[in-house]
Design a binder for this molecule. Structure first.
Ligand SMILES: *[C@@H]1O[C@H](CO)[C@@H](O)[C@H](O)[C@H]1NC(C)=O
Length: 339
């Protein structure tokens, strides 16, 4: 009897392992994968790979696009851009080539063999699940309902989450979409730190505090002999075309190609420095998946007006299939091959 593999919130390339609240057993997924996996070759043997996150995007007209949307009940449909009328599909044909090695294509069956009998939890946010109002870095810390029914985000408390994460073999934190969401998508009414309440707080500052609370939990509670932790970096948005020097664009709409070259003209993501500072505090071995720079180049990958809610130009979430599959390839290369 395989252990149930409970994943919340990650669309795992073709292995659509689960959406929030759905438990799937490995065997059930296995059947689905068999349907999708025929064109996948065997994994290449491991080779030298010093930094899989540094590299370039290369267009390959013959790159077989992943199509996991037909037989898989778990794909969140709101991000299936082709289904919602996206006319171009070159964005599916860019391969990520790390400078130092070749990346194996994500192989669902091998991935599942590796995780079989293990429990994996993906503490996911909206970008991977693909829900625009999903959780942000605020869900690392506790959210409670206060006396007046207001939603209180407690920056220094992490008990509710950790109870759920306890005992897993692999925990994947994929937490930073836009830091803490403010404005109409905001998930809380009040931020609390110690006994002090704040109505407003700079989202970068609040996010740093939440991450620090998480770091303390990792340092004091995680047993690294048992649990392997992956932490995925910031997923960038593309609302300002001046960042990629296209005078004809305003945002990601109608972008059909990645920004050329290896370096994003808009420079480093503003939250990068915060994350660097936080990561330095972690005393346990964690696998940091630095997908930010590679994703910054992919101004062409967003749902734009081809999401389920086509009225708005969405330059935060990504088309599926699409860039998140590449992140998953990187994640599984780490997990399977130790890249
Ligand atoms: C991620 O990689 C980029 C570019 O390689 C680097 O500038 C950035 O500092 C890295 N992020 C973190 C949090 O280390």
């Amino acid at each position: 009897m395989p252990l149930p593999l409970i994943l919340t919130g990650l669309t795992f390339g073709l292995a659509y392992l689960g959406i929030k609240g759905v438990d799937v057993t490995v065997d059930a997924i296995w059947d689905k994968l068999e349907l999708n996996n025929r064109h996948h070759k065997k994994l290449e043997s491991p080779n030298e790979c010093s930094n899989i996150f540094q590299g370039r995007w290369v267009y390959d007209p013959n790159f077989p696009p992943l199509d996991y949307t037909k037989n898989c009940p778990f794909v969140p449909q709101q991000f299936e851009c082709l289904k919602h009328g996206r006319p171009d599909n070159d964005y599916l044909k860019y391969k990520w080539i790390p400078n130092s090695c070749k990346l194996p294509r994500f192989h669902g069956i091998n991935f599942l063999k590796k995780v079989r009998g293990k429990s994996v939890m993906i503490v996911g946010d909206s970008v991977l699940l693909g829900i625009a109002n999903g959780l942000r870095c605020d869900f690392l810390v506790d959210m409670v309902v206060g006396d007046n029914k207001e939603r209180v985000l407690k920056l220094d408390s992490i008990e509710k989450g950790t109870a759920k994460w306890d005992g897993y073999d692999v925990l994947v934190f994929n937490t930073w979409n836009q830091g803490l969401q403010t404005g109409k998508n905001q998930l809380w009414d009040v931020i609390e730190e110690g006994n002090v309440r704040h109505k407003n707080m700079d989202p970068l500052v609040a996010c740093e505090k939440a991450l620090n609370t998480w770091t303390k939990w990792v340092n004091s509670k995680v047993d690294s002999k048992k649990t392997q932790i992956f932490f995925q970096g910031i997923s960038p948005d593309h609302f300002k075309s001046r960042n990629w020097a296209n005078p004809n664009a305003r945002n990601c709409a109608r972008e059909t190609r990645p920004a050329p070259g290896k370096r994003y003209p808009g420079g480093r993501h503003p939250a990068e420095a915060v994350l660097e500072k936080v990561l330095k505090q972690i005393q346990k071995p964690i696998q940091f998946m630095n997908v930010t720079a590679m994703s910054q180049l992919r101004k062409d990958g967003h749902t734009s007006i081809y999401g389920a809610n086509g009225k708005h130009v969405d330059c935060t979430n990504w088309c599926l299939p699409g860039l998140p599959d590449v992140w998953n390839e990187l994640l599984s290369a780490r997990l399977l091959l130790g890249y």
